[in-house]
Design a protein. Structure first.
Length: 210
């Protein structure tokens, strides 16, 4: 297998398959993703993101515990993860995003298990209105802060995302209440576009250009 840290030509991006990426260690996948991102190889980026959301691996390429066991990851608190990205959370307990002062980049936390395969890439519902009482969190101070961050991300044509791992609580959005929050994976930073569909705001990444 060729060295991952070598930048591959765009025409070779099609040689990367889900199975091939799945045999790499997490560090190798991150290196591959960085190369793909620098070349605009969106299909490879999507494969890497999907693999990073799957089971973590040891350095020898063998799979360790499944993704449900988030304790095997080196997770940190939300406040520490955002601090490492240069973002100060307004409320360390309820805050799910912020704006980096240095470049005004919006940085949002995403519940890892809620990431969806969508339109050939990945998608995540960032915010939707509270219609019929289905999403009361959207009307809270934290929900309204998320809405403002979505609007800013839409204006800036991009944002960053940090993956949060934990266990959901039936009847609640994880941003509102969760059975447990294990923490944030500080080594994985997603770069996505914010899209508005009706009144909903979505994060999308890894989608093949039309």
């Amino acid at each position: 297998m060729p060295a991952i840290d070598k930048v591959f030509p765009p025409q070779r991006s099609s040689s990367w398959t889900q199975e091939r990426v799945g045999r790499l260690s997490k560090q190798e996948i991150q290196s591959l993703r960085a190369n793909a991102d620098s070349l605009g190889a969106t299909e490879v980026i999507a494969l890497c993101d999907e693999a990073l959301l799957g089971s973590p691996k040891s350095g020898n390429g063998k799979r360790s515990a499944p993704v449900k066991n988030a304790k095997v990851r080196k997770l940190v608190s939300r406040i520490n993860a955002f601090s490492a990205r240069g973002v100060h959370l307004r409320d360390a307990r309820t805050g799910w995003g912020g704006v980096r002062k240095s470049d005004r980049m919006v940085v949002l936390s995403l519940w890892a298990d809620a990431v969806q395969s969508r339109d050939g890439g990945c998608g995540y519902l960032l915010w939707a209105p509270n219609v019929g009482g289905a999403r009361p969190w959207s009307d809270t101070a934290s929900g309204q802060e998320r809405l403002k961050h979505c609007q800013l991300g839409l204006e800036r044509d991009g944002a960053e995302g940090l993956l949060v791992y934990g266990e959901t609580l039936d009847g609640y959005l994880p941003e509102d209440k969760a059975r447990s929050v294990h923490g944030v994976d500080p080594e994985t930073v997603l770069r996505f576009k914010v899209e508005k569909h009706g009144e909903e705001y979505w994060a999308v990444w890894g989608k093949k250009p039309v």
